[in-house]
Structure formats: structure tokens, C-alpha cells
Design a binder for this molecule. Structure first.
Ligand code: PBG
Length: 325
């Protein structure tokens, strides 16, 4: 009996498969998240994130040169704040001599055209580890936090960052950041908003890397409930209206449905964050010989593209770029 259609004809050879392939992935779709620390000691490996290190500024610039040569879309910068600099008011976030401004100075001197994405959130700077200021009862203070984020954005912009990336999930922060950037002469600095950032257990290794886990409680009063889908559409509408340039969904693979929803909702470019726990799972299983890191990473990244991401933040960015070359 004849089959109605023989789908396998288009899968017969590598050349035919390449011809009918619907999705492509290139180094220019990938952003490398990285951790910068004080001092000039050797890179410190992060145990739960094999291949990732806390880097002094000099080593960071050296790695950034490699990432730029590989054709990556840029790097996302996260500072390791010494405990002694963490306070309840997170004032280290606004220090013009802080790690992020100094790292930006070094990066922009060496590699002026390699894009930087700097995180806006207070958790690396608060002694309690939350993304917002707290009142005496431990409740997160939305509007005072937004004020600091806006000033932090202008500080990063002064030091040349290409995109500021609010990852805190406070209400109204995108609009406040946009107006403050404009008012301070930084019309060209972009905002990549963590639009749908879920209260996820997959951030564990990242919090190890920065020693930034909340000392008490969880982040569920600001980050989204993993059970919610429509709420992400509302967040997207707000961030778009408030002036975001790129919208992000985070974490990654467990939330591809949300990414697809946003792709159908907005005409803005979309980002996805393949987060630390997802990366750790790939590395751990491959170290045991249970999966192949290279093919699983590349398959994950093409899946992000298929779901609608323009850009993917992934700790595997440099590995993938080498394999794609
Ligand atoms: C800070 C921030 C976090 C991540 C990026 N920015 C942690 C958190 O919200 O607790 C997680 C990234 C990752 O797990 O790779 N607000």
C-alpha cells in the first residue's frame, strides 16, 4: 500500500536536511554570562558550574577577547561582592569605583565594540540576599528599590554598558530606568528586561557562584509563579509599553512555552536564559557519561531558537561557538 506522503525523502542526506532546515543557530545568537571578582588571583572554578570561573578584571578582559573573536553577541556581567561590602541599603550597587564600573572601563577600553549586558538587581549587594530593599518586617520595598535600580542603570551607562538588564522583577522598573537614562543623557543605552522571570529552583549554582542566596525566605513575592502563563503576557505588555528593547524569559528549557507565547505577542526581539541549573545538569550528566554534552547543548540551543529566541544567555556560549565555527 502506498503511503500518502514519504516524509523521509527530505531527510535522505545531510545536504537535503540542511536545505530544508527551518532554524539556524550562530555564535551571534549567544551571550556569555560571567562572574567578575576583586583582585588579580587566578580564576576560581565554580564547583557546580564546570568550565565557569570567578574572574579578576584582567582575566575577564582576556576571556572577553576570546569570546569576541568567537563572534559571540556579548557578555553578561555579574559581580561577586565581598561580604564586607554588603549592606541593608545595597549602596555598593551605586559605587562609581565598584566592580561593575571598573570592569566596564577595562572591557570598553580593550574591546569597545563587544556588547556588554549588565545586571540590575540588588541581590549581590544586600546583606540579606534579596533583590529589593526590605522594611522592618522584611517586606520588599518596591518603589525605593526601583529608584536605586534607575541610578544603577545610569552608572552602568556612564561606564559604557550597551544594555542594562533589570532582573529583579520590581513593578515599574523598566519605565523608571528608561526615563532616568534619558534624563541623564543615555538615550542610546538599551534595556533588556527580564520580563518573565520565574521563582525557580534552577538558579542554585548561580547563587553558589555569587554567594547570593537569600539568607531568609524566598523570592516568590517578586519573581513569578512557575504555574503561570497568562501573567507572563501581562508582564510583557507592561515592559514593552515602558520602553524595553528586548524581552527575556528565564529559566530556559522548562519555559519554552512562555517564550513561544511572547514570540506571538510582541514584535520586540526576545532573549532566553539557559540558567545555571540547566547548565549544571548537562555538565553533571555528561561527566558521568550519561549524555553527550556537546550534542545536548547544541540541541538545547537550537530549541531556544525554534521556540522564538533571538538571543540566548548560556554558560555554554563559548563551547557552542567553537563547535559551530
Ligand atoms: C539576580 C540574578 C539571578 C540570576 C540572574 N540574575 C539569581 C536570582 O534571581 O536569584 C540567575 C542566573 C542563573 O541561574 O544562571 N537577580
Amino acid at each position: 500500500m502506498d503511503l500518502p506522503r514519504r516524509m523521509r525523502r527530505n531527510r535522505r542526506s545531510a545536504a537535503i536536511r540542511a536545505m530544508v532546515r527551518e532554524t539556524s543557530i550562530a555564535p551571534g545568537n549567544l551571550v556569555m554570562p560571567c562572574f567578575v571578582r576583586e583582585g588579580s588571583g587566578a580564576p576560581q572554578p565554580i564547583e557546580s558550574m564546570p568550565g565557569c570561573h570567578r574572574l579578576g578584571i584582567t582575566d575577564l578582559v582576556e576571556r572577553a577577547r576570546e569570546w569576541s573573536d568567537l563572534g559571540l553577541a556579548g557578555l553578561a556581567l555579574f559581580p561577586v561582592t565581598p561580604d564586607s561590602a554588603k549592606t541593608a541599603d545595597a549602596m555598593a550597587a551605586l559605587d562609581p569605583k565598584g566592580l561593575v564600573p571598573r570592569a566596564l572601563d577595562a572591557l570598553k577600553t580593550a574591546l569597545p565594540d563587544f556588547p556588554t549586558f549588565t545586571d540590575l538587581a540588588l541581590d549581590p549587594f544586600t546583606d540579606h540576599g534579596h533583590d529589593g530593599l526590605q522594611d522592618s518586617l522584611g517586606r520588599i520595598q518596591n518603589d525605593p528599590t526601583v529608584e536605586i535600580l534607575a541610578r544603577m542603570a545610569a552608572l552602568h551607562a556612564e561606564h559604557g554598558t550597551d544594555f542594562v538588564c533589570p532582573s529583579d522583577m520590581m513593578d515599574g522598573r523598566v519605565g523608571a530606568i528608561r526615563s532616568h537614562l534619558d534624563a541623564t543623557g543615555h538615550q542610546d543605552t538599551g534595556i533588556l528586561a527580564y520580563t518573565a522571570k520565574y521563582a525557580s529552583a534552577f538558579y542554585g549554582p548561580f547563587r553558589d557562584a555569587l554567594d547570593s542566596a537569600p539568607k531568609k525566605g524566598d523570592k516568590k513575592t517578586y519573581q513569578m509563579d512557575p504555574a503561570n502563563r497568562r501573567e507572563a503576557l501581562l508582564e510583557a505588555d507592561l515592559d514593552e509599553a515602558e520602553g524595553a528593547d528586548i524581552l527575556m524569559v528565564k529559566p530556559g528549557l522548562p519555559y519554552l512555552d512562555i517564550l513561544r507565547d511572547l514570540r506571538e505577542r510582541t514584535s520586540l526581539p526576545l532573549a532566553a536564559y539557559h540558567v545555571s541549573g540547566e547548565y549544571a545538569m548537562l555538565r553533571a550528566a555528561s561527566e558521568r557519561g550519561w549524555i553527550d554534552y556537546r550534542s545536548c547543548l547544541l540541541e538545547s540551543l537550537v530549541s531556544f531558537r525554534r521556540a522564538g529566541a533571538n538571543v540566548i544567555f548560556t554558560y555554554g556560549a563559548a563551547d557552542a561557538a567553537r563547535w559551530l565555527a
